[in-house]
Design a protein around this ligand. Structure first.
Ligand code: NAI
Length: 348
């Protein structure tokens, strides 16, 4: 099959690992770490889903990323193929049916924190670029257009910024924002005591929506947060609000945000994740026609800035992802335990 490369270990009876959604940066980082682990690794470029699941026969573990789709059907096939572990090389696990994996006895491990700084810093980058229209200024100046019309920004100083989700990334992002001397409002199902002690005010979602000039999403995708930013939420926001999402695409109802942009209610939109990104992100479409009309519509707005799920992508984060993934796999396959096991979330 095209798109498959194999890194053979010299040691016999070692663990066999199938890495899906593989890219050059993944295999080079994994191969470097594997010098110390000696796993037998096969790299597959395609995503793991119901079409590619047959490729997993004979592997001890599969390693996947944010856009692989490991639903119950795929899990049953993994089980039949002898796979014992699903190793996520990311923090979010919304793309794996965790309950089904537990039922059939397949472990799921993840990398809970590889560089929360990377994501928080990228979020800040999106906000600054959108506000001061750096994405537009860059092309203008390269074209010899030095006019300032249309590039007017605002001071972040004294503005109200709302953070939804104050876990590792949200907390670091709040710390970064302190330097701007802005007003910060936070919302989380489980408020962070350290942030409260530092004077960060927790409010309800309605207060975030009605008072914030900038709203940044840092909560996971769950059944509760799916389409958190919907038509109703957008209608309760301030005119010209800036919405930034570096968390998971499905937190935002794309149709609703497009309507908000058309009416001017949403003044700025910064996305590192997109609702239907599985079909687009991490691939090169320069020679192809993009079939996703909503995505193409988003790209037509001058006040929308999209990056393709790159917030995590720093040298430090990639190194940490590889190290933790290999540690997780070795620990689980040897002992059935790992400090980074993912357990089904109780919904009651
Ligand atoms: P975390 O687990 O440390 O923090 C998540 C926070 O969200 C927790 O404080 C939790 O209480 C809160 N939360 C859970 N349910 C909520 C709800 N219904 N409403 C409001 N808050 C809720 O996770 P971390 O490391 O801060 O990551 C946040 C998200 O960032 C991840 O879930 C992932 O989706 C995304 N992410 C994106 C990356 C990128 O490259 N764009 C890279 C890494 C993570």
């Amino acid at each position: 099959m095209s798109g498959v490369t194999k890194k053979q270990s010299t040691t016999k009876n070692t663990f066999k690992l199938a890495v899906f959604s593989s890219k050059k940066w993944v295999s080079s980082s994994f191969n470097e770490v594997n010098d110390r682990y000696n796993f037998e690794i096969s790299y597959f470029e395609p995503q793991l889903n119901n079409k590619t699941a047959p490729l997993t026969k004979g592997f001890d573990a599969v390693c996947i990323f944010v856009n692989d789709n490991v639903d119950s059907e795929v899990i049953d096939e993994l089980k039949a193929n002898g796979v014992k572990l699903i190793a996520l090389r990311c923090a979010g696990f919304n793309n794996v049916d965790i309950a089904r994996a537990k039922e059939v006895g397949i472990g799921v491990v993840r990398v809970p924190a590889y560089s929360p700084y990377a994501v928080a810093e990228h979020t800040l980058g999106l906000i600054l670029a959108l506000n001061r229209k750096l994405h537009r200024a860059y092309s203008r100046v390269r074209d010899g257009n030095f006019a300032l019309d249309g590039l007017l920004g605002f001071d972040i100083h004294n503005k109200t910024i709302g953070i939804i989700g104050t876990g590792k990334i949200g907390e670091i992002f709040i710390n970064l924002l302190q330097g701007f001397e802005c007003r910060i409002l936070a919302y989380d199902k489980f408020p962070n005591k350290e942030l409260e002690a530092k004077g960060i005010k927790y409010v309800d979602l309605q207060t975030i929506y009605s008072q914030c000039d900038i709203i940044s999403l840092h909560c996971p995708l769950t059944y509760e947060t799916y389409h958190l930013i919907n038509d109703y939420a957008i209608r309760s926001m301030k005119e010209n609000v800036m919405i930034v999402n570096t968390s998971r695409g499905k937190l935002i109802d794309t149709s609703a945000v497009i309507e908000g942009l058309k009416t001017g209610k949403v003044g700025y939109l910064g996305l590192d994740v997109y609702e239907e990104e599985e079909a687009l992100f991490f691939e090169d479409f320069t020679e192809k026609v993009i079939q996703d009309d909503q995505f193409v519509r988003l790209q037509t707005f001058p006040n929308v800035l999209i990056t393709s799920h790159q917030a995590f992508f720093t040298k430090e984060a990639v190194h940490n992802i590889s190290e933790t993934t290999f540690t997780n796999i070795k620990a689980y396959l040897k002992t059935g335990e790992s400090e980074n096991l993912v357990l089904p979330v109780k919904t009651e």
